[in-house]
Design a protein around this ligand. Structure first.
Ligand SMILES: Cc1cc2nc3c(=O)[nH]c(=O)nc-3n(C[C@H](O)[C@H](O)[C@H](O)COP(=O)(O)OP(=O)(O)OC[C@H]3O[C@@H](n4cnc5c(N)ncnc54)[C@H](O)[C@@H]3O)c2cc1C
Ligand SMILES: NC(=O)c1ccc[n+]([C@@H]2O[C@H](COP(=O)([O-])OP(=O)(O)OC[C@H]3O[C@@H](n4cnc5c(N)ncnc54)[C@H](O)[C@@H]3O)[C@@H](O)[C@H]2O)c1
Length: 472
């Protein structure tokens, strides 16, 4: 057993852990990172990158097919093998050499193995037949992420279901796929696999993208159905069986069964905290890690922090990396004896987690949103006005694609006359949302927004149309 001391120890080398370690190194501290699987985490190998690679080629093909002139040039079908191969390269063929080299270049020491807190400021790493004890002068940061939640549906575990991991890394496309869960993973993977040739059934017990503005689910459901997906809103799986011929049979609460070749479970996430030594600091193994506004783990010492999926604030890579940057800088400030600025919008605060979380869902059509939905703003007690605009009526949209269909909504806080929520659904809206993020974070008054003139003829002209609809 060897013991090594660092300023900061990070458990988990996903996007969040990597960024914490990077920021503290840049601030002049030393850092070690512990990883039990692949450096780069879920996002790089089984989530964001491979799933978007599965979706992108079909989206480009659809876009070309919506344009006279381009449409005629598209003579073949989607090349599934080429899509899977491109996906493989975006997942770096599930090898982490590139990210390991980056850690080396950043001066971060990597310890491979299972990291467990074993007492105050102490982490034990078990891997490769050895146990190494690391001690932290300033902080231990838990960035162990999350895994797919597999619910207690009768027979489900024995049926060897796909989770997002198997879907993201699939080597072949099942002829029939049944998806349980109409959230982000369910909606994106139904979109991907129907385009890749699967006959997909989506069991959306609570609706499709139910937390978004209601018009989002309506448009995505209509489009999935048009693409051939059987979307069963309200359908709940109560039993799953793998048949002797390797097919699966899903029994529904309402009666009836769905037969498929694979079943994908996409009903949310569970934190990777079962075996990280939480009991040694008085916390319950398996729980999400509740944190205060400085991302300190509630109920543990002031040396223990949690960032990214594991603290359940926001389960998105970009927002976890935002936490990582601000937390890393705060740890550096405290190590120098300086106060951390965690007041609203302060240098070390994570205020955007509460006010302006952007998200893009890469369905067809795309969904891009930031801030509050109309319902959430009302529930928060704000006096709001909701303005909708038909994206298809914008000149730039009609140029972008024939028969462009979409909707934009802005939610205005009437007392402050600033935007608190913005949602777009339509082809290629992903890149439009950052303007709304800036408007919300900057709390730009509507009167000033009239001076932010969108270029003609772009889809961004919807900003002007929304302001005109709101009135001056
Ligand atoms: C299918 C899918 C698609 C997604 N697409 C997007 C998207 O397009 N955009 C987006 O912003 N977000 C997306 N997400 C969410 C995104 O993947 C997560 O928010 C992000 O990966 C969280 O990063 P993290 O570093 O907190 O955790 P993770 O990426 O889960 O990394 C945690 C790391 O910690 C390691 N680890 C865990 N326990 C230990 C231990 N005890 N010892 C050592 N190492 C340990 C794990 O092996 C892992 O490498 C998607 C999620 C899924 C499931
Ligand atoms: N493009 C992106 O940003 C992106 C893509 C994929 C995943 N993600 C992230 O990954 C996380 C996990 O995604 P997810 O889709 O697994 O979770 P989710 O929370 O987005 O959706 C899960 C869905 O399953 C439903 N559900 C819950 N229990 C159920 C049950 N027993 N039976 C049937 N339905 C049930 C819920 O109502 C919900 O709609 C999300 O929080 C998301 O932020 C992001």
């Amino acid at each position: 057993m060897t013991t090594t001391e660092y300023d900061v120890i990070v458990i988990g080398a996903g996007p969040v852990g990597e960024n914490v370690a990077d920021r503290v190194m840049q601030g002049g501290l030393t850092a070690a990172i512990v990883e039990r699987e692949l450096v780069g985490g879920e996002c790089s190998y089984w989530a964001c990158m491979p799933t978007k690679a599965l979706l992108r080629s079909a989206a480009a093909l659809r876009a070309a097919r919506q344009l006279p002139g381009a449409r005629e040039a598209v003579t073949g079908e989607l090349d599934v093998a080429a899509v899977l191969s491109r996906r493989d390269s975006f997942a770096s063929n599930w090898k982490d050499d590139g990210q390991v080299s980056w850690l080396e270049s950043a001066g971060i020491d990597l310890f491979r193995g299972q990291g467990r807190i074993s007492g105050e400021r102490t982490v034990e790493v078990t891997g490769g037949g050895t146990v190494t004890t690391l001690t932290a002068r300033h902080a231990v940061v838990v960035a162990t992420g999350s895994s797919a939640l597999v619910p207690d549906i009768t027979g489900l575990r024995d049926a060897r279901p796909w989770t997002s991991r198997e879907a993201a890394s699939a080597k072949r496309v099942p002829a029939r796929l049944v998806v349980i869960g109409g959230g982000v993973v369910g909606a994106e993977m139904a979109t991907a696999f129907t385009a890749l040739g699967s006959s997909v059934t989506l069991l959306a017990r609570d609706g499709v993208l139910p937390l978004a503005e209601p018009f989002v689910g309506e448009r995505v459901i209509a489009s999935l159905r048009a693409a051939g997906v059987s979307v069963r809103v309200g359908a709940e799986a109560v039993e799953v069986r793998r048949n002797p011929d390797a097919t699966v049979r899903v029994t529904l609460a309402e009666g009836g069964q769905v037969e498929a070749d694979e079943v994908l479970v996409a009903i949310g996430r569970t934190p990777n905290t079962r075996d990280i030594g939480l009991d040694t600091v008085g916390l319950e193994p398996g729980d999400w890690l509740a944190v205060d506004e400085a991302l300190r783990v509630v109920g543990a010492g002031d040396w223990l922090y949690a960032a990214g999926d594991v603290n359940r604030r926001v389960l998105l890579t970009h927002q976890g990396k935002y936490q990582a940057r601000n937390l890393g800088d705060a740890i550096v400030a405290r190590a120098k004896g300086e106060p951390a600025d965690t007041g609203a919008w302060g240098r070390h605060a994570v205020t955007a987690d509460e006010r302006a979380i952007p998200q893009v869902v890469f369905t067809d059509p795309e969904v891009a949103s930031v801030g509050l939905t109309a319902a959430a703003a009302e529930a928060a007690g704000l006096r709001t006005r909701v303005v909708d605009y038909d994206l298809g009526r914008v000149a730039g949209s009609s140029l972008h694609a024939e028969g462009y269909q979409g909707t934009a909504r802005m939610v205005v806080d009437e007392d402050r006359r600033v935007i608190v929520g913005f949602t777009l659904v339509g082809p290629d809206v992903a890149e439009l949302v950052h303007a709304a993020t800036i408007a919300i974070v900057g709390e730009v008054p509507l009167d000033r927004l009239w001076h932010a003139v969108p270029s003609f003829p772009t889809v961004s002209e919807v900003w002007l149309r929304l302001l005109e609809t709101y009135g001056r």
